[in-house]
Design a protein around this ligand. Structure first.
Ligand code: ZN
Length: 197
């Protein structure tokens, strides 16, 4: 009802524009993605968005950390983490010290901050996107707010920044996998899709 009233108010020309440019990315950009207070990330023309607003930390597979399969984005604990693109949640787990569990509803080891050397992604989620691409979001402060099988759109909140698992402080560890389990550097991957991390 509200949307109908709005469309009447803004006039047929705008309504037609919205209808004729009907992709999820365009529509969610027009309506701002619904992010209250946290500054919803703009969605690029190719349908991708920054997963979190923050500053660059460790890079992808650096000389010091050749096994670091993602990039670290430093942000305060509690900062909203958003789906980088439209997709389906395919994994939600707590991963510490070489063990991994699905959420049980009871308190779990990932509810506490971890530390370097503990190992693991902490609370994390994986989202599968078109083209056999999977994005991963690690070290959340609490259980992700999405569940396996849930459809999400670019920019949709999925959890909050924390320091669970193998982590020295609050940040998002962000991975991109292409064609199965092949981790690629998220920085050029995102840049090619119109997003600067
Ligand atoms: Zn990392």
């Amino acid at each position: 009802m509200g949307r109908v009233a709005l469309w009447v108010a803004v006039g047929a020309a705008v309504a037609l524009l919205l209808l004729t440019s009907a992709t999820a990315g365009v529509v969610s950009s027009v309506f701002g993605g619904g992010g209250a207070g946290g500054g919803a990330a703009p969605i690029s023309a190719s349908g991708w968005a920054r997963p979190v607003v923050g500053t660059a930390g460790s890079g992808f597979r650096t000389a010091d950390r050749p096994g670091h399969d993602g990039v670290d984005i430093m942000a305060p604990k509690g900062t909203v983490i958003r789906a980088a693109s439209d997709g389906v949640v395919v994994r939600v787990r707590c991963n510490v010290g070489g063990e991994s569990w699905e959420p049980t509803g009871a308190p779990m080891p990932c509810d506490s901050d971890g530390y370097p050397g503990l190992g693991g992604c902490g609370w994390y989620a994986d989202i599968r996107h078109a083209g056999d691409i999977v994005s991963r979001y690690c070290h959340m402060v609490r259980q992700p707010t999405v569940t396996v099988g849930q459809t999400v759109i670019a920019g949709q909140p999925i959890g909050r920044v924390g320091s669970s698992g193998n982590s020295s402080g609050p940040h998002l560890h962000y991975e991109i996998h292409e064609g199965g389990n092949n981790a690629v550097d998220p920085v050029p991957f995102m840049r090619q899709r119109g997003v600067v991390l």
